[in-house]
Design a protein around this ligand. Structure first.
Ligand SMILES: [Cu+2]
Length: 156
């Protein structure tokens, strides 16, 4: 099962998921985002999609300290234009809060830990087609099997 999963990852190429924050609820009040965030394992290359209507909410990436105090003035990233996509480009801990009114202290906050995807699947750099094609892909697998076919007839 693990082997099949690893092979599927190789055949599919880079792993990249987009997580809809809050699931069907989106980015609003009265959702337990801590419970939501704990459901997944986040890898570099994945992204978060915050679905909300501007300007009712906003998305702020903040430090751990500001997260705990719901402090909105030193955000590392902020957006309030509606439906915010946040790419998880580097591994490490991320803290997110809503910057509108007291939404953060009402629970619009969560933290995630992002792991490196290169530990699981090779990264496919856009400028290195040679290294990418050296990985097993369906075409290579097919031509290898076609190569084996006459040998099978020859032996029997
Ligand atoms: Cu909000």
């Amino acid at each position: 099962m693990v082997v099949v999963g690893a092979a599927a990852l190789l055949l599919n190429g880079a792993h990249a998921e987009q997580y809809n924050v809050g699931g069907d609820s989106g980015w609003i009040l009265n959702v337990n985002y801590t419970a939501w965030a704990e459901k997944y394992e986040y890898l570099t290359g994945d992204s978060l999609l915050f679905k909300y209507i501007s300007p009712r909410h906003s998305v702020l990436q903040v430090t751990k300290e500001d997260y705990e105090e719901c402090k909105t003035s030193n955000a590392l990233f902020s957006d309030d234009k509606g439906d915010t996509t946040f790419p998880l480009t580097t591994e490490g801990q991320y803290w997110f809060i809503c910057g509108v009114n007291d939404h953060c202290s009402q629970g619009m906050k969560f933290t995630i830990n992002v792991l490196s995807s290169t530990a699981i699947a090779p990264s496919y750099g856009p400028s290195t087609p040679d290294s990418a094609s050296s990985i097993i892909n369906p075409i290579h697998l097919l031509s290898f099997l076609l190569f084996l076919l006459p040998l099978v007839f020859f032996v029997f």
